[in-house]
Ligand binder design. Structure first.
Ligand SMILES: Cc1ncc(C[n+]2csc(CCOP(=O)(O)OP(=O)(O)O)c2C)c(N)n1
Length: 382
């Protein structure tokens, strides 16, 4: 290895000593931190455990559905459940989220029907959940673009007088998710510049899952990711992304900081993508099994289960109940996915504008008349 390439540091995913905020060790032991604390009780921790188990089970079912040809593609979140659930459960009732395409655990916490996620990956719509009801924007596949949308929205909140009023019933912030690879995008640099310049109430939550498809993080950044934002004047910190309590605590504090008018924060959640980038990817082509094994020992769900079992916060009956609920969820999602109807072209005319225009009504009628000329026109999918 040349001296220059040595600057990139050790294989980040392979066991380097990492300095980050951690409140629950991989063995399930709670530890203290001077700045961050999880103040919830064991019932709340059991709730976080449930969120993670259900997220994982849904994610596995979606992966299986893709393998069986029911979805065109799936981007698994396996291994990232703690980063997603911890950060999402820290959201306040008026905060708004801008996700990438992998935030299935966040979608769950914000009440998005999991079948609505499947519809997108099945290719029958472009995302149809109500973003205002769920405060969860549509998935964004253009890497990094959502950080600009988030920044613009956050600047809007500020202009609407919804930041730093001191009234917890009013103040709001924005949580933008991004990947480690996204930090290499120009859009993200622009989002940093604007959010810092305008003191926008936005928290950038970067899930450093170590890989941007086949590109390892140390090839993209010579410094730890959380140090990147300081060049833009945005405080950055690193959290153990496989620790749901720490992810919750740091996000809660950063959101509060933003809501109070103190501006943006960048959080690097240090985690790992256990599965493939998407179902079109084969990670065995570019990463070693021992790296995956290293991270398997840091499983985000196992450590919470170990903690709850030891503390008495949950018993065997609780764990069995959650497992049964997860199986029910998977069966329900599978059934409803298989029942999804193919879209009909005739309906597309109704979805262009909120209110139909006369010209489109005319076009729709002409298309319907055209369909009538076919004997098997039922469904209008020609
Ligand atoms: C602007 C843009 N460039 C390239 C791509 C192709 N692409 C899809 S996913 C991906 C890697 C993203 O990695 P990261 O940001 O680390 O997120 P992760 O998928 O690991 O969650 C790339 C380059 C894209 N979707 N958009």
């Amino acid at each position: 290895m040349s001296e220059l390439s040595g600057l990139a540091g050790p294989r980040a995913g392979a066991g380097a000593d990492i300095d980050y905020v951690q409140l629950l060790t991989p063995e399930g032991v709670r530890i203290g931190n001077d700045e961050y604390d999880f103040t919830g009780d064991d019932d709340q921790i059991a709730g976080l455990y449930r969120d993670m188990v259900l997220t994982r089970r849904f994610d596995l079912e979606a992966t299986a559905l893709q393998r069986q040809g029911e979805l065109g593609l799936w981007a698994p979140c396996l291994g990232q459940e703690a980063a997603q659930v911890g950060s999402a459960r820290a959201l306040g009732p008026r905060d708004h989220v801008f996700p990438t395409y992998r935030e299935h655990g966040v979608a769950r916490c914000l009440g998005v029907d999991p079948v609505d996620l499947l519809r997108m990956f099945r290719g029958i719509d472009h995302g149809n959940w109500d973003v205002e009801t769920h405060r969860f924007n549509l998935y964004t596949v253009v890497i990094g673009a959502q950080t600009l949308h988030a920044t613009g929205y956050a600047m809007g909140l500020e202009r609407d007088g919804l930041v730093g009023t001191g009234d917890p019933e009013r103040d709001a912030a924005v949580l933008a998710y991004l990947g480690d690879g996204a930090t290499s995008q120009g859009d993200v640099s622009e989002a940093f510049v604007f959010s810092a310049s305008y003191n926008a109430p936005v928290v950038f939550f970067c899930q450093n899952n170590q890989w941007a498809i086949s590109e390892p993080i140390e090839r993209q950044s010579r410094i730890p990711l959380h140090k990147r934002s300081s060049g833009f004047g945005i405080p950055g910190l690193r959290v153990d992304g496989n620790d749901v309590l720490a992810s919750y605590a740091v996000t809660q504090k950063a959101l509060e900081h933003a809501r109070s008018g103190n501006g943006p924060t960048f959080i690097e959640a240090y985690t790992y993508r256990m599965g493939a980038h998407t179902t079109s990817d084969d990670p065995t082509k570019y990463r070693l099994a021992d790296e995956v094994e290293h991270w398997r020992l840091r499983d985000p769900i196992a450590r919470v289960r170990a903690y709850l079992a030891r503390s008495g916060g949950a018993d065997d009956a609780f764990f069995a109940r959650i497992d049964a609920e997860a199986e029910d969820l998977a069966a329900d999602v599978r059934k409803r996915c298989l029942d999804l109807a193919d879209p009909s072209l005739i309906d597309a005319f109704d979805q262009v504008y909120a209110e139909q225009t006369p010209y489109l009504t005319e076009q729709q009628a002409a298309y319907a008349a055209y369909l009538e000329t076919f004997e098997d026109a039922e469904g209008g999918t020609r």
